[in-house]
Design a protein around this ligand. Sequence first.
Ligand SMILES: [Fe+2]
Ligand SMILES: [Fe+2]
Length: 359
Amino acid sequence: MQTLTGNILVLDDHKSVCRLLKQTFLSVGCNVYTAESTLEALKVIDLQEFDVILSDINLPIFSGMVLLQEIAKRDKDLPVIMITASQDIETTKQALSIGAYDYITKPFDKMQVIFSVSRALQYRKLICENRAYQQSQENIVRTRTRELQMALMRLEDAFLENRKAHLETIIVLSKVAEFNDVDTGNHIKRISRYAELLGKAMKMPSHFLDQLAYSSPMHDIGKLFVNSHILKKPAKLTPEEFAEMKMHPLNGARILEGVQFLQMARDIALCHHEHYDGSGYPSGLKQEQIPISARIVTICDVFDALVSKRCYKEEYSLQTAETIVRQEIGKRFDPEIATIFLSIKDEMYQIYQDLRDNV
Ligand SMILES: [Fe+2]
Ligand SMILES: [Fe+2]
């Protein structure tokens, strides 16, 4: 005798049929449940997993067709074998067309019933194995995706850490020049913040903003070579002293020369005293001849000097600084950049206030 494994539900309103099928499938090793109405069968199905359903078609109130439709809603791969009287052939065809797995006719041939259920169990087993395989594949993909996301997050963290370390190193290096200067330490931090914010308002790409943030603090690095008494002189410079002072852009460019990573820093150091109208130094460049990074830093640098206290001047109010900036539009400053700068002047001034010097 063939041995089968699985949970089978038999639905028939005739107790004798239920009993006969129960005995048949218990004898081959299955777990068998019985129900005498469609509603009772649905209750059992909602509580218990089944591998095959055997259901009469002609039932009082709700027919086997109703059961078939309800099962399709719950689990379309659960095989349902219809039990039918031989005269119900049209209904049986209809049941097969809406998803019944097979049918058996009364009176039963026991071997035929076992064979049909055995096939249905085999089908169910394949479906379950396939589902388990799909699930395991989905789990693998989910786990891999999570691992990849974690790796990317770690990479991003490392990148941000690295960027922060770069910026801190640059600020420390730039402070060496500042020790020699009237500017205090926070000036270079503010320049980095102003320049990045202005570049953002100008809708510059993010890699440009990154470079601008770490490059702009080095704008005055060439002051290392300027005599400190010139830098700290609270009075007007003599022509000779001014000539020495004007060397700091070229000296800065020399320090930063030849390193790809410092290309923008070199441009800024060299050109942050060039004027839009060509009246600046060291080369008298004008308009677009001056790198955009330097045109951005120029206005930030001047603004910061205006609103800060220096040994030769008091702090100017935001209003006074704005008036002076306006007077320099098209002369010292690029008109487009200056217009955008003035549109965000309050945020710029906030940066000054957040990072102001303790003097
Ligand atoms: Fe400078
Ligand atoms: Fe500066």
